[in-house]
Design a protein around this ligand. Sequence first.
Ligand code: NDP
Length: 329
Amino acid sequence: EKKPINVAVTGAAGAIGYALLMRIASGDMLGPNQPVNLQLIETEPGMKPLSGVTMELADCAFPLLRSVQSTTDLEAGFGDAGLAILVGARPRSKGMERGDLLTANASIFAAQGAALNAAAARDVSVLVVGNPANTNALVASANAPDLSPAQFMAMTRLDQSRAAAAVAAKTGAHVRDVERVVIWGNHSATQYPDLTHATVRGQPALKAIGDDAWVKKTFIPDVQKRGAAIIDARGASSAASAASAAVDHMRDLVVGAGDAWLSMGIPSDGSYGVEEGLWYSVPVTCAGKGVYQRVGGLPKPDDFSASMMDATRKELLSERDGVRHLLPK
Ligand code: NDP
């Protein structure tokens, strides 16, 4: 039998965590032959609801679930973790300024970065879901000097899947036949869902859609604001789809995804005029075993794309400025 993989999850008792843990434990994330140990991290008030979730995990009798540990101690929770999914974050509350949210989260993610640095497996892959995800990834990495920045990723996979689903609906294709949709920049309303490289059944997506006004006036804002539309309809934020995107991201990273283009917020290498040290979403391919490679050799973006990519870059820059005083030198 395969050696179990240790998967740490923060915010485990939250709405996303509830959906996520079931998918991980059932084998959806790492495959039907890969046992897992779950290492669940919560705040003190989260421990009681978490005990209910662990009762449900036990009651599912998942054949692949080897052990479940629940803790408020970050180093214990991240101990020897091969995968860490950071979901817990300070929610935006009424009257809270954007800067307050950034600062509150920076301290949470600074502590988590330091604990990962101290206790996680040296080849841990860290996926940040909690918002503001890109800047939280930056803060966590800055506090983990012994781990490579490349080991920290911010999730933009849900945005990618939302964009692909919208193109499928518009063209009547199956979402499986929509490829190479790219999310650039921040996981926020400034993100740029880009169809320039996308294909539908192997043909250029923009040609299949044949409606530039739809792309610019409907598709892009709809993808950017999809989260708000779900809150409006459901009365609660998206949780199952966010969990599903985290499962997809980690599966592709660990198992590999051939030549598929997948979007991830990763540390910039300076390309596209994005300064190094920002966590900016770009297309990558995944070879498996935690290795990803950015898609290179793309033609220079057209003026529209360049301006969209720059707007989301500027937002990330201002987020970094908002937490700079908390970053270790
Ligand atoms: P959720 O599980 O719904 O959301 C958790 C985080 O994911 C939020 O920051 C949320 O951002 C973010 N997120 C990213 N993508 C999405 C998406 N597509 N849809 C919705 N959310 C998204 O929050 P809950 O309040 O239900 O649960 C949070 C849990 O985290 C609680 O149990 C709490 O105790 C715990 N927690 C743990 C901490 C820790 O481990 N140190 C610190 C703080 C909280 P947004 O707010 O922008 O929607």
